[in-house]
Write a protein that binds this ligand. Sequence first.
Ligand code: SF4
Ligand code: SF4
Length: 68
Amino acid sequence: MAAQIDPKKCTMCGGLIQPLCVEICPDTAVRVQDSRVVVTEFLCEDCNECGVVCPDKAISVKVDTVTF
Ligand code: SF4
Ligand code: SF4
């Protein structure tokens, strides 16, 4: 698994060039592509830091795979 971003909820943090989820990801698994954020699955370690920081609650990480 990897973090799932719901494009219907994501507002790109109100239009930031470097959105919070991109900023916080320790594995540089989140990037902006075609004006939306995408997660590179094989880089994501399910830490849920992006999910915590997302102001729109647009990111979900499967609970049983969260690593702290
Ligand atoms: S869950 Fe962690 S590793 Fe995966 S995209 Fe979010 S911040 Fe990055
Ligand atoms: S933190 Fe949430 S609202 Fe901001 S760009 Fe990422 S998914 Fe979208």
